[in-house]
Design a protein around this ligand. Structure first.
Ligand code: F0G
Length: 441
């Protein structure tokens, strides 16, 4: 799939600048055995001629080869860690649209706004971009069992890709804190699903402790190959814009795997000569689960400071101790970007605005528009900025949330009522044509 020499030279490297220990690409590592730092994949440069690469990526859109039809593997020269494309399991992930949103732009204080909607993925979130890559590596390594901790999207995605690859899937969920639609997907795809009486951060520690003992391959976002796959979200976005770089890329931040992946993708695209500058990354967190935002506001110095009891209705970003914060900090700084937080009310209202454009997304994704509104009000983002916001998940993730918002029953953690600012109540009518006609006149 890629030149043998290139993938043979792909390596895993410790992300910690003071260590930079190197390991074979086939080692099973989530942290550096020497210093505990995060691990990333690296490749020797230079790549092919950038103009030729752009042409190749574009031509592949006309191809019927599964690998070319995938919005991840179409960009395989930019994630060349495999040495054999037969390890790839694809559900034709990626291929997600760029959607212009007039009223949402206005709400956000912008003249124009484009959503890159990852909710159009096969299992409904951006996790599929990463999971196809992580699963390919699991297959390559001859793993039989894969596992993840998840508040929802990761579990649905891993379950689907594991099933497609013929691997056993083990899913660990925080009991009582998972979206029903996502649990349903995991069950349907045949994953063994364990609901643990603990929160996401606690379960992640538990599963890491169990990984060796149970010979399971972990597919959470500290898996460096998940990050490789998620880079394609930026490659595809740039390709869809004919490689014109936006001023800002806005995304929600939870465990910060996506922030790490986007930053790496953009830097590598620049190094490869595909783009000539970096967009600024704006990472938006929910107020009750914003350890990265508070660290950023403290200048990103000293101890990180996790949030012990993260709280937000945006369950996908209800994470108090994000594992990828060192990578994310590096990437946000490298891009000249920033980190901001938004309230539950701001997320809920922004979500309804995205819905009213006919687009829709899950609560975590709506943090982007809420963040944009805040940043334009502060004068940090200009009205005429060229902004791409990444909607990470599908509108069908949390239907309960939507119904409660529109009917004025939504409560933030702690019991504070969320105002139904843009509510759209269903109307109960009698089975009577005259009354209905009168109502609709
Ligand atoms: N948006 C959605 C829809 C998500 O599902 C997640 C993460 C995030 C944003 C945060 O991304 O961790 O890369 O900063 N969901 C995880 C899960 C926690 O279990 O599905 P991040």
């Amino acid at each position: 799939m890629v030149s043998a020499t290139q993938s043979a030279a792909a390596e895993l490297v410790c992300f910690n600048k003071g260590c930079r220990a190197r390991y074979a690409i086939t080692e099973v590592l989530y942290n550096c055995p020497k210093c505990g730092g995060l691990i990333e994949a690296t490749y020797p440069g230079p790549l092919a001629d950038p103009q030729q690469l752009k042409k190749t990526f574009r031509e592949r859109r006309l191809s019927n080869r599964p690998l070319d039809q995938s919005g991840v593997w179409r960009y395989r020269e930019l994630l060349p860690f495999l040495d054999d494309d037969r390890h790839v399991v694809t559900l034709r992930e990626g291929n997600t649209p760029m959607l212009d949103a007039g009223t949402a732009a206005q709400y956000g204080g912008l003249a124009h706004l484009t959503f890159k909607h990852q909710g159009f993925n096969p299992t409904g979130s951006f996790k599929d971009n990463g999971m196809t890559a992580g699963t390919a590596q699991a297959v390559r390594l001859g793993m039989k069992r894969v596992a993840c901790v998840s508040t929802g999207n990761t579990s649905a995605s891993m379950a689907a890709y594991a099933a497609a690859a013929g691997l056993e899937a083990l899913i660990f969920l925080p009991h009582g804190n998972i979206s029903f639609g996502k649990l349903a997907q995991a069950l349907e795809y045949g994953a063994r699903t364990l609901q643990v009486e603990a929160n996401f951060d606690e379960i992640l520690k538990l599963v890491r402790a169990l990984a060796d003992r149970l010979r399971i391959y972990l597919l959470n976002s500290m898996n460096p190959f998940r990050v490789e796959g998620q880079k394609s979200i930026m490659f595809e976005m740039l390709d869809q814009r004919d490689w014109r770089v936006p001023d800002w890329v806005v995304l929600p931040g939870g465990n910060l795997g996506n922030t790490s992946a986007f930053g790496k993708a953009l830097r590598e695209a620049k190094d490869a000569g595909l783009i000539d500058r970096l967009p600024k990354l704006a990472v938006i967190q929910a107020e009750g689960a914003a350890p990265f935002e508070s660290y950023w506001k403290r200048g990103g110095e000293g101890a990180f400071g996790p949030v012990a009891k993260p709280e937000t209705l945006a369950t996908a970003i209800r994470i108090g101790d994000p594992v990828s914060w060192p990578k994310a900090l590096y990437e946000v700084r490298a891009s000249g970007g920033l980190v901001e937080k938004v309230t539950e009310q701001e997320i809920a209202d922004a979500k309804a605005q995205i819905g009213s454009c006919g687009i829709g997304c899950e609560p975590a994704s709506a943090a982007t528009l809420a963040g944009i509104r805040k940043l334009t009000a502060q004068g940090v983002m200009d009205r005429d900025s060229d902004v791409v916001a990444v909607l990470t998940g599908n509108v069908m993730k949390d239907p309960d949330y939507i119904y409660k918002y529109h009917t004025g029953q939504l409560e933030a953690p702690g019991g504070v009522k969320i105002r139904s600012t843009f509510g759209n109540q269903p109307i109960v009518v009698p089975n009577d044509p005259d009354e209905i006609a009168a109502l609709l006149a």
